[in-house]
Design a protein around this ligand. Sequence first.
Ligand code: PLP
Length: 457
Amino acid sequence: MKTIIEPFKIKMVEQLRFTTREEREDLLKAAHYNPFLLRSDDVLIDLLTDSGTTAMSAKQWSALMDGDEAYAGSRSYYKFEDAVRDITGFKHIIPTHQGRAAERILFTLVGAPGKVIPNNTHFDTTRANIESSGANAIDLPNAIGLLPEVVADFKGDMDTDALEELIHREGPENIPLVMLTITNNTGGGQPVSMANIRAVSEIAHAHGIPFFLDACRFAENAMFIKLREEGYANMTAKAIAQEMFSYADGCTMSAKKDGLVNTGGFLAMNNDALAISSRNVLIITEGFTTYGGLARRDLEAIAVGLVEVLDESYLAYRLRSVQYLGDAVELNGVPIVRPTGGHAVYLDAKRFAPHLKPEQYPGQSIVCALYAHAGIRSVEIGSAMFGRYDADGRLVPASMELVRLAIPRRVYTQSHIDYVAEAVCEVFEERENLPGMHITYEAPVLRHFTAHFEPSV
Ligand SMILES: *Cc1c(COP(=O)(O)O)cnc(C)c1O
């Protein structure tokens, strides 16, 4: 059979609320043209993020009921620990309430002024946690990863020559660890090859530097390796994931992604001394070592989610459903970042609305049009999110102007995605009418969450 179907059926449904175009125009105005300020009840299809928006399975919901809410030594913790260790092989498994809590613990301990931490591309919370420790977060993406039009198998790879050069320049003693984000979220959800994971690991270890994975989308990355990298077609996604982790000394993980849960995460590692220090910080900031800021029932749901996420019928459907949306809009000439990654389709706003300059925030204009036209919520990843001002107060634009359509896991059906594709194509047909946007209010940091915009006339 050629058709890849949703590998699940639906037992419980959540009603969608329809609004009229007129209502949406008013709602958008009231939200200052910033979809972060909309109420989700006013959104029909919510593609703001794939983080924590997963639909849990019947098995996960029943596991929740089996949660053992003991403060210490909970049975649920040991199930969670077994599930994480089975995949990662790490000696110490430390639960946290989400990914950034794992990052905070890790970088509180290894970061400091004068230290440098390289990654293919740091996720924004990772960068923020490194910088708040005083250390310097460095991105070393492969050149091809920065070219939205170029199709390549592993655009998430790290530039290993640049890594060697950085270690040489900064000195291994100033690099507490090397990180690799799989898949590379900021770079468009692009996968990292096993060859690159192995090469980065070898370089780090040759200089005595530990190597950590930011493993949020490890299962999607493993499936890309199975489908694209020579020698892996006949291995299971689980065995591939195990091999990926075997090259690393530890990882941070947001279970809100490939843990298939609504909240949770962990920090894992082999180093005994670092684990002791990490658990001490955990107890101060998150909770005791056998729950780390989570209800114990949440650990049950993660333990089940980590098994379900490596089911290859799920992963084939997952990658295909993202590609399906990308193909559908591309067929109508809509410019996107190619090829589609594991969790989102990125519209290339520069080519979508070439009449708008970066300082007119073309991505924000498309985001607003998609909501007004069809009730779809997406997010600008461009100069509204990453733009800075120079000394004269002029905008220094981001390198790319993108609109991200992130696909929640197991939530929307093919007809929902058909609807999204249709809406994107219709907004594209009317692209000459997209207005420029300007900012009327902004916070000093992370302004995109709360900024107010207005269409320019
Ligand atoms: C989401 C994410 C994080 C942070 O995880 P939270 O659970 O949101 O705190 C870190 N790295 C990557 C690559 C992510 O996608």
